[in-house]
Design a protein around this ligand. Structure first.
Ligand SMILES: [Zn+2]
Length: 371
């Protein structure tokens, strides 16, 4: 998703990006308003700006509350259907006892920002702008930008509070469920409720001939399904121990090896990353690519001089999820697995990709066999 978006700025240290499909919305507004004069067109664009400004405020609500409760936000991406806040779970401060409270707080923060802003704006406008009517029709139109601002925020707040997963209200509901069940069960239950809502939306949409409602229903339906799948994937990552997937048959290098020797050894294995071992001590890690680069740049030398001396180790009972977090957080490609100071295996990105696919297959087979 990130690769299809362009950065447009930072607010409170959080990067704001616009997804390229958003340009279609602008083109749509442009095309729709072609008949109008220049001011009409500008007002049309102003409405789009109001909507997306309000969406940014909504997402900032999620992002800032998340950051305040220990989960940094990587950024906000604006999509035509709304915004997404990407949270950096890898750097989250773990809080297993209160994580459901934290999830609810983060989910509710976005809609709350919109409702508070709508309330404040309404009060200020009613007091400061003579003859301003909050309830004159149409509520949302380019002919009254101020009124539109209030109602856009009311809509955004209320719509997102629907208890229909993956809307914010549904997320809060899932947080509430995780008090007494695990994440997968809670997500399943929230998804079922979300599906009821999405079908309702579609039915009402078809009955009254409102295709926009049908679209919202479809979006909710597939959104819920996608989220369910990612929750299941996460739980697999949580439940698999490193000893189930680590490579136990692997090559090591010595810091005293020359780079040419190291390359020679590397040729005879499929490994891309090697632990560097002196006697029984782990002293570093090095990749095939690094060996090649060093050979090209400076000619032959010793592994000692090129290896990475800073590395993370894991225990065999650690979860696959924690290994992924370590790999991505420190931009590593290998994690040695140690047991009582002894190197008993390695986990590499390359081997994780392979074993994930295999693991999925064995689980499927096991499930088929038990049915
Ligand atoms: Zn939200």
């Amino acid at each position: 998703m990130r690769s299809w978006s362009i950065p447009v700025g930072r607010l409170f240290g959080i990067e704001i990006r616009i997804h390229l499909t958003f340009l279609f919305v602008l083109a749509f507004v442009w095309g729709n308003d072609k008949a109008q004069d220049a001011t009409g067109m500008l007002r049309g664009l102003a409405v789009v700006a109001i909507i997306f400004g309000s969406v940014v405020l909504h997402e900032l609500g999620h992002a800032l509350v998340a950051r305040g409760s220990g989960i940094p936000a990587k950024g906000i991406i604006l999509l035509p259907i709304g915004g997404v806040t990407i949270l950096d779970e890898a750097h989250a401060i773990p809080d297993p006892l209160n994580s459901w409270k934290r999830d609810i707080r983060i989910a509710v923060a976005g809609p709350l920002v919109n409702l508070v802003i709508a309330g404040l704006a309404a009060l200020v406008l009613l007091a400061a702008v003579p003859g301003f009517s909050l309830t004159a029709r149409p509520l949302l139109h380019s002919s009254s930008l101020l009124r539109s601002f209030v109602w856009v925020n009311v809509y955004l707040g209320l719509f997102n509070l629907l208890p229909a997963y993956p809307m914010d209200g549904g997320r809060a509901l899932r947080g509430w469920f995780t008090r007494c069940m695990d994440m997968v069960q809670a997500t399943r239950r929230a998804v079922r409720i979300g599906h009821v809502f999405s079908v309702l939306f579609m039915m009402v949409g078809i009955l009254v001939g409102d295709w926009w409602l049908v679209m919202v229903g479809l979006f909710l339906f597939f959104g819920a399904q996608l989220e369910e799948r990612s929750a299941i994937f996460q739980s697999v990552l949580q439940s698999v121990r490193l000893e189930e997937v680590m490579l136990t048959d692997f090559a090591t290098l010595s810091p005293a090896d020359t780079l040419e020797d190291a390359l020679e050894k590397a040729v005879h294995t499929l490994q891309d990353d090697f632990p560097v071992v002196r006697g029984s001590d782990m002293v570093g890690v090095i990749s095939k690519q690094k060996i090649l680069d060093a050979l090209r740049a400076e000619g032959n030398g010793y592994v000692q001089a090129v290896m990475q001396g800073q590395f993370d180790v894991a225990a065999k009972q650690d979860s696959l999820a924690s290994a992924f977090r370590k790999l991505s957080a420190r931009n590593l490609s290998i994690i040695p697995v140690v047991d009582e100071q002894h190197l008993i295996g390695i986990v590499t990105l390359q081997n994780l990709m392979h074993s994930m696919a295999l693991l999925a297959e064995t689980r499927k087979l096991r499930r088929a066999a038990s049915e």
